[in-house]
Design a protein around this ligand. Structure first.
Ligand code: AQP
Length: 350
């Protein structure tokens, strides 16, 4: 069956929204609005899978939820044409997770590298929610039977798991799916990851081998979307580099992760390729390249930061966007849940 194309993606309200989230995900969210119906979700149920002192408690969570919503809107997402909401307002996410918990295998989840990294050595003490995170993510996407998922490269493995869950559900319940009018036995699509652009994995400004991350202890490792111009300039000027001039060819970046990262950031922000950037800056010193990068970052990010600030101050407006989005999301989710319950054999009121 050909599925109607639909985009779904989410961002966790865990604070410190950074350039990696922006270039790896949000920029592509904005682009996909031109060609698809899109659903963008602030995934607050994912945020609470780490310890409460890490996600910051109720007041912080509510603030971060509004801030991510503000970032979506400030970056150019249209909440009227598309859907913007926070996950916990639509109960289908939790309901479908339970059904998928009974489809997914323990062995599949045990291979997830993000769980291994986040749980660290103290695995016994990690929450069950952190272990189950990828199943909730599969439910997020498949609740809307979404076909395309724009994400950064770090989410590739989770997307593969979502495809495995969709496939196993379709196989396990094939006869029932056909019996409920889906002639080819395919109820859930296998969602496609959309990992595109020159900055699918933005690295830390302090260590080019580590991903730029919200939870890095050093604020100098990342550019936050709320940073002002002086802070951005300071962080880029202090960013780790090496003593060589920039290469003239892209392959010269391969053994130089910090140079590769900064050139990738420049390319992504200017909508050009890394080779184009090296045509302008190759052979030159980092100091002049960094000056140009500061200027570009400030030009692109400052309007987003000030619009975010304005929106976060208008709490009622942001909350109304989330409430309206949740209503429209719920209407789609309820259709999927009704059909899924029928397929599984759960008796329900008609
Ligand atoms: N460094 C990155 N480069 C490119 N894309 C990135 N994403 C995250 N970091 C990078 C993408 O941003 C989207 C939303 O991510 P999330 O809200 O799930 O946050 P996260 O992956 O938990 O972000 P962090 O910074 O990596 O958090 P911690 O520090 O907790 O591990 C996703 O599409 C993600 O791929």
């Amino acid at each position: 069956m050909a599925f109607v194309e639909r985009v779904f993606s989410g961002v966790q309200p865990t604070g410190n929204l950074h350039l990696g989230n922006y270039l790896g995900a949000i920029v592509n969210f904005v682009k996909m609005q031109e060609t698809h119906n899109c659903i963008y979700c602030v995934v607050d149920m994912h945020a609470i899978t780490v310890d409460v002192d890490v996600w910051g408690g109720p007041t912080q969570l509510a603030h971060n939820t509004r801030e991510v919503t503000a970032a979506f809107i400030a970056a150019g997402i249209d909440p009227k044409k598309h859907i913007v909401f926070n996950q916990s307002q639509v109960s289908g996410h939790a309901e479908l997770t339970w059904i998928f918990n009974c489809v997914a295998r323990v062995g599949w989840l045990s291979r997830m590298t993000q769980f291994k990294e986040k749980a660290g050595k103290d695995r016994e003490n990690a929450s069950v929610g952190l272990y189950d995170y990828p199943v909730l993510m599969a439910a997020d996407i498949l609740l809307y039977r979404a076909t395309h998922v724009p994400v950064g490269e770090d989410q590739k493995q989770h997307l593969e798991l979502s495809r495995d869950i969709a496939q196993k559900f379709n196989n396990d319940f094939g006869d029932s799916i056909r019996g409920h009018g889906f002639a080819d036995g395919q109820f859930f699509p296998l969602p496609e990851p959309m990992i595109t652009g020159p900055a699918t994995r933005v690295m830390s400004l302090r260590d080019g081998t580590k991903k730029m991350s919200k939870s890095d202890a050093s604020d100098y490792s990342r550019i936050n979307l709320t940073d002002d111009a002086d802070t951005i300039a300071q962080k880029i000027r202090k960013a780790k580099t090496d003593p060589e001039p920039l290469p003239t060819e892209e392959k010269g970046l391969e053994p130089r992760p910090e140079a590769d990262n900064l050139v990738g950031i420049y390319a992504a922000l200017s909508g050009r390729t890394k080779q184009d950037v090296l045509r302008d800056f190759g052979g030159g010193q980092f100091s002049s390249f960094k000056n140009a990068l500061v200027e570009l970052c400030v030009t692109k990010l400052s309007p987003i930061a000030s619009e975010m600030k304005r929106l976060v101050a208008d709490r009622e407006h942001v909350d109304n966007i989330l409430i309206d989005g949740a209503e429209r999301a719920r209407a789609i989710a309820e259709e999927t849940m009704k059909a899924t319950k029928d397929i599984v054999g759960f008796v329900r009121k008609r």
